[in-house]
Design a protein around this ligand. Sequence first.
Ligand SMILES: [Zn+2]
Length: 109
Amino acid sequence: MLTLKCPYCGVQAEETELHAGGEAHLTRFGPDSSDDDFETYLFTRENPKGVHFERWRHSHGCGKWFHAARCTMTLEVFGTYPAQTTEPPQDIRDAITAKRPGWTWREFS
Ligand SMILES: [Zn+2]
């Protein structure tokens, strides 16, 4: 079972206590953007076999949204961090690189 530590209240929560919110670090485009950018924002998502960054809500706890870095193949969790960040903290990126040599952080804009 997947367990994630809520970065706000510190609870190690099981998946059933959480609500998945999809991919983290999306580039948001509003109604004034081009049709292609808006369509990408609405419908295009990563579906990696490996390291992935996701949004989760501690729905049966403090109720706050946070981000998690985990491997979709092994369910290994590299870390969780507050949702109000534009990219993963360096310590989480370092933890991923240590366990997945050759892994590269994709650029988010
Ligand atoms: Zn919490």
